[in-house]
Design a binder for this molecule. Structure first.
Ligand code: BMA
Length: 375
């Protein structure tokens, strides 16, 4: 009898172990990403993002731990200070970084964040169970001016173009940085990579004023091809136009389902609170619809309060009504640079108290909460 009990216990343990393992293996095998050679960790991140979206909306902040209003990191680079944490007591779940100027071999990005610090923080946040997303305000390769230099350049970097060699070097520099982001087991940390954003606006050299949809799609595909050729396999590709006026506008520049993993949209509060809430609702509904067809997760890839010190209740009365129950995996607030250019909140800022109320909503998830989800 004793033996039967012992054998049954062993059988139960073994079958539990087997079912856990096979479940995760099957899930990962089932996941097909834009990069066919995407690493296991990258597939796991994709799975996590889908799971997170089922539980709520992860709160994200650009350059969250690099600097804030009234402080920078020069004194204590390894400490994860954050305006959000100082207000709400918790770190954001999603951390945005920008690699603009990596292409020119600069030691720091266009906003003076050193790439060494960025790498250190990406590693620390990953270890804590957070998610990293990277955008790229890349210089204009024809003029060497900034992203906002709209001199046409896309056709020059495509295969056969006059600036192709430079572009390949620029992608090589980016690739080296992306591959250098290693976790404690020496695996490359998966990143939600969001290049060529806001293309339906006319302010960037890859935007609607300076290129055609066909050239743009080709730019996207060749970027991915070059990254893969450089053995970068830790990326989820996020496509994020600026505020859409119609569902069709989403498709105009869309490079194709086999080149994109996550659908995004950037929406700012430019035309008053009411219009903002409305455009959040309308745009996130468009993404939800696209996502249902494509089977891909979707996010609010950039957003922010640009009332600058004028709206006490922005979080609970304007922002939350626009995103609640939208099904987005995360909402990433743009950077807190200076009192005339910040998009979230900070200690002493007018909406601080309201932010705490917003942060306490069940649906809004911070680092401590996403840590528990499929991690
Ligand atoms: C923009 C502004 C700029 C910044 C750029 C990249 O939206 O915040 O000041 O240089 O993003 O972070």
């Amino acid at each position: 009898m004793k033996n039967i009990v012992r054998i049954s216990i062993i059988f139960v343990i073994l079958s539990l172990l087997y079912s856990c393992k096979s479940r995760s293996e099957i899930d990962l095998d089932r996941i097909e990403l834009a990069d066919q050679l995407a690493s296991r960790e990258t597939k796991m991140l994709y799975h996590r993002i889908q799971e997170i979206a089922k539980s709520g909306i992860a709160f994200g902040h650009q350059d969250a731990t690099a600097y804030g209003i009234g402080w920078e990191h020069a004194d204590d680079p390894s400490r994860l200070r954050s305006d959000i944490q100082e207000v709400a007591g918790k770190l954001p779940a999603v951390h945005g970084y920008d690699v603009g100027h990596i292409e020119i071999g600069s030691p720091h990005n266009l906003d003076t964040v050193s790439f060494a610090l960025m790498k250190d923080h990406i590693q620390q946040i990953h270890k804590l169970g957070g998610i990293g997303t990277i955008s790229w305000h890349i210089n204009n390769p024809v003029t060497n001016g900034g992203s906002w230099d709209t001199t046409p350049a896309v056709s020059e970097v495509l295969k056969g173009g006059a600036e192709r060699e430079k572009f390949e070097l620029w992608i090589k520099r980016l690739s080296d940085f992306l591959k250098s982001l290693k976790d404690v087991d020496n695996n490359a940390i998966p990143i939600a990579f969001r290049p060529w954003h806001e293309m339906n606006g006319g302010w960037f050299w890859w935007g609607s004023g300076s290129t055609t949809p066909e050239e743009y799609k080709q730019l996207w595909r060749e970027t991915k091809e070059l990254l893969e050729r450089n053995n970068v396999h830790n990326l989820l590709y996020v496509y994020s136009p600026n505020t859409l006026n119609s569902p069709d506008e989403f498709d105009t520049y869309y490079p194709g389902d086999e080149f994109v993993d996550i659908l995004g949209v950037d929406i700012y509060n430019h035309s008053g609170n009411e219009a903002f809430t409305k455009s959040l609702k309308g745009n996130l509904a468009i993404l939800k619809e696209k996502s249902a067809i494509k089977g891909k997760p979707y996010v609010l890839s950039e957003t922010g309060n640009n009332n600058f010190g004028e709206d006490e209740f922005w979080w609970t009365e304007t922002f939350y009504p626009g995103i609640k129950n939208s099904g987005i995996g995360w909402a990433l607030l743009w950077r807190n640079d200076r009192p005339s250019h910040y998009f979230s909140t900070y200690k002493g800022e007018i909406s601080e108290e309201d932010f705490r109320e917003f942060a306490a909503f069940d649906e809004i998830l911070f680092l401590d909460e996403v840590q528990q989800i499929a991690n």
